[in-house]
Design a protein around this ligand. Structure first.
Ligand code: Z5A
Ligand code: MG
Length: 213
């Protein structure tokens, strides 16, 4: 039992339409093909109780939920999944996570109602990712991608502020890798896969840390 390595916790973040979901799926498939146990997780997890409230908030402009309340719901949505995450990691399953606490912090902090520190607080204690990929995309490229503008937050100014706030968080950490998402799906994928494979052994043998302690 003691020889089982834990899974790695790898997160993909980035502006809207940067290809996070596409890349997470491809990464899981590629790792599995190499006989590495891997699983996809996405936040918000719209299937849970809090996830349903979040889904309505995102789709319905009439929903006037208080900014702090929606922030705490997003955080609760992650806490609802924490036992599942830890149990999978303990079993040696590498988790590829489509958005995580950093989305929560960035999307709330740019509203300028709550401070960055206030936004980080409810995330404290969640498992800290071993590696975070930040997919970057120029505004013009983002606007060209299908589906942009269908939900709350999907407007240019908001997304510009989101991109800047991601930069701020990226500069605070040493385990983030920035990847230009303007390349083809396969080009971006091979960069992500290479970096994952390079770090995997190290991640799996190091203790899992917690966020913001
Ligand atoms: N939010 C929050 O406020 N607080 C939180 O704690 C969390 C989230 C977790 C919904 O998230 C909103 O919740 C989000 C942040 C907020 N609001 N915004 N904006 P979501 O994850 O459900 O959002 P989404 O609707 O899935 O969009 P997305 O994640 O931003 O898109 P994506 O996953 O980055 O992109 P994609 O779906 O992989 O690709 C988009 C399209 O581009 C698709 O047609 C692809 O085929 C195409 N694509 C992908 N890659 C490429 C390349 N390389 N070239 C060309 N075309 C490409
Ligand atoms: Mg997505």
């Amino acid at each position: 039992m003691g020889s089982i390595k834990r899974g790695a916790l790898i997160v993909i973040e980035g502006v809207d339409r940067s290809g996070k979901s596409t890349q997470c799926k491809k990464l899981v498939e590629a790792l599995q093909k190499k006989d590495i146990s891997a699983k996809l997780m996405s936040f918000p997890d719209r299937t849970t109780l809090t996830g349903k409230l979040i889904d309505d908030y995102l789709k319905n402009e009439e929903n006037k939920l208080n900014d702090r309340a929606i922030h705490l719901l997003y955080s609760a949505n992650r806490w609802e999944n924490v036992e599942k995450m830890k149990s999978l990691l303990d079993k040696g399953v590498t988790l590829i996570v489509d958005r995580y606490s950093y989305s929560g912090i960035v999307f709330s902090a740019v509203k300028k109602v709550m401070s960055l520190d206030w936004c980080k607080c409810p995330e404290s204690g969640l498992p800290k990712p071993d590696l975070v990929f930040l997919l970057t995309l120029e505004e013009q490229e983002m606007l060209k991608r299908p589906g942009f503008g269908n939900e709350r937050y999907e407007n240019k100014t908001f997304q510009r502020n989101v991109a800047n706030m991601y930069e701020t968080l990226c500069n605070e950490e040493d385990n983030w890798i920035k990847v230009n998402a303007a390349g083809s799906i396969d080009e971006v994928h091979s960069k992500l896969l290479q970096a994952c494979l390079k770090g995997l052994e190290k991640f799996q043998t190091a203790p899992l840390k917690s966020l913001f302690f």
